[in-house]
Design a protein around this ligand. Structure first.
Ligand SMILES: [Zn+2]
Length: 121
């Protein structure tokens, strides 16, 4: 669409906007604001999920001996009010699980303790 046509359309819609009663304008603006908040929350949740997936991939790469199992703790953390993860590294022998090694509470804890634990396996 060319610029002139866009300008014509926006002027056309602007005139309709001005014709709306103020309470309807107010209502539409509040809907738009509510939608922006929903979008922002959704984006934040998506960012958090992507962050967790990247952290998992880094832990699994550093572990390198099998898969990594994450189990949410049953009780809420007293200080941050979240369920933390118990992260285990699985040592496999062919297809059988040879050993299940506790790596830490949460991805960062697991990531930092892998290098300390690996020499003892
Ligand atoms: Zn906590």
């Amino acid at each position: 669409m060319d610029v002139e046509r866009k300008l014509q359309l926006s002027l056309f819609h602007e005139s309709y906007w001005d014709m709306l009663p103020p309470e309807i304008q107010e209502y539409i603006m509040q809907l738009a604001i509510a939608q922006m908040r929903i979008d922002a929350e959704r984006k934040e949740r998506m960012d958090r999920l992507c962050h967790e997936i990247r952290a998992y991939a880094r832990v699994k790469e550093r572990w390198g001996l099998g898969h990594v199992q994450c189990i949410p703790e049953k009780t809420l953390c007293r200080s941050c009010n979240y369920h933390h993860l118990q992260v285990y590294g699985i040592l496999v022998d062919g297809v059988n699980v040879k050993q299940k090694v506790f790596l830490g509470h949460g991805m960062w804890d697991a990531f930092t303790s892998i290098d300390l634990l690996k020499p003892f396996l």
